[in-house]
Design a protein around this ligand. Structure first.
Ligand SMILES: [Mn+2]
Length: 376
């Protein structure tokens, strides 16, 4: 990033049919700003990081601005850490940044009102780009607002600002955006729209697929396997819903990863995984049902105890538990679990351990009957 190179002319070249004026609207809305912060949600995922990298490049190119990418929480998941490392992407903890000193505050993959993207007191961002359903209506002070368009990834919205206006995309930016789309849409298989496909295929020639493969196959710490073991051993199945409590975790992303993993069990339609990271209870919900509305379920599950969000088949939430003793913590975990099971209408009487071996009951019967599956 060179601050000395002259900024590109402000008006980007429109494509043939001039169908996307968003880039021009964005640049007009923020021209003249001097200090830029790009905020991603807490414990940022590849989509948030890809979108942030794209916005940083646009500001660099058209406004000659250096931007700092700001996050809360931690980057825990091995893939996400590897993404930062391989793409040499530096991000700054929000606690180390004075938002009062920036005159361009951009929020990506999150919006005002999201608990996992806390805004500085009394301040709204200048630019909001987010594909999640709209929570609050557009605040007056926001200069550019692209929220809730039905696409599978925020990286898609940012990638199209480049692609539809023929803006050159550096390889690392294309790689980050493409991986963002890939990971939020599970390889274009879930919630993917024509725009996601257009962005993904448009990025393809510029992205480094070998780097993406390296990110996806990131090495993991030894503790990762202990977490797997704990998730499997603690998993209880109620009817078609599986609940696993991980206890203390060293990485809040672990609940999402285990919820995904457990959902592979063919008998399940829902999974919920909880874990305690520092002073906060984290949980993730996953469903096999495309119309599950997991986000609203997660909000009902936390109620007034904390915050939650998500969409479609995946959601998550947090309940702050500072100063809570073990009993209070256990009560909260139980409340969250009870609400979840009641809401999805899972029969609690049909409870079994995930590791219950169905063969245990049938073994002897089979032998008694001379084997039910044999030829007549
Ligand atoms: Mn996203």
């Amino acid at each position: 990033m060179s601050a000395s190179s002259p900024p590109a002319p402000l008006a980007p070249k429109a494509n043939g049919n001039g169908r996307d004026k968003r880039l021009l609207q964005l640049l007009v809305a923020v021209r003249g700003r001097k200090t830029s912060l790009i905020q991603v949600h807490n414990n940022p995922d590849p989509d948030a990081l890809g979108a942030a990298m794209g916005m940083r490049e646009l500001y660099r190119r058209y406004l000659d601005l250096r931007s700092r990418i700001v996050f809360g929480g931690i980057v825990g998941r091995a893939e996400n850490r590897t993404m930062l490392r391989l793409l040499q992407l530096e991000i700054v903890p929000a606690s180390k940044v004075d938002f009062g000193c920036c005159d361009l505050h951009t929020l990506v993959d999150a919006q005002p009102g999201f608990g996992h993207a806390p805004l500085p007191e009394g301040r709204y961002p200048d630019v909001v780009i987010d594909h999640h359903p709209m929570r609050e209506s557009r605040p007056q002070s926001v200069a550019y607002w692209d929220v809730a368009r039905p696409v599978g990834a925020t990286s898609t919205l940012v990638a199209l600002l480049f692609l539809r206006n023929h803006v050159p995309i550096p390889g690392d930016v294309a790689t980050a955006l493409m991986y963002g789309i890939k990971s939020d849409t599970h390889d274009l298989s879930e919630h993917a729209t024509d725009e996601d496909r257009e962005a993904y295929h448009g990025l393809f020639p510029f992205a480094d697929t070998a780097t993406i493969a390296q990110i996806q196959n990131a090495r993991v710490p030894q503790s990762y396997f202990a977490m797997f073991s704990r998730a499997i051993e603690n998993a209880q199945v109620y009817d078609f819903a599986c609940v696993a409590h991980l206890g203390r975790i060293d990485n809040p992303d672990m609940v999402a990863e285990m919820a995904d993993f457990l959902l592979r069990c063919e008998d399940l339609r829902w999974t919920m995984v909880t874990g305690l990271y520092e002073q906060t209870l984290h949980f993730s919900l996953r469903s096999t049902d495309r119309n599950a509305r997991a986000g609203s379920l997660a909000r009902r599950v936390v109620g007034v105890m904390g915050s939650a969000g998500g969409h479609g088949q995946m959601a998550g939430g947090q309940v702050p538990l500072s100063d809570a003793d073990k009993r209070t913590r256990d009560r909260v975990v139980k409340a969250v679990t009870d609400r979840f099971l009641s809401d999805v209408k899972a029969k609690r009487s049909l409870r079994r351990s995930l590791l219950a071996d169905p063969m245990d009951e049938t073994d002897t019967k089979e032998f008694d009957a001379g084997g039910p599956g044999g030829p007549p």
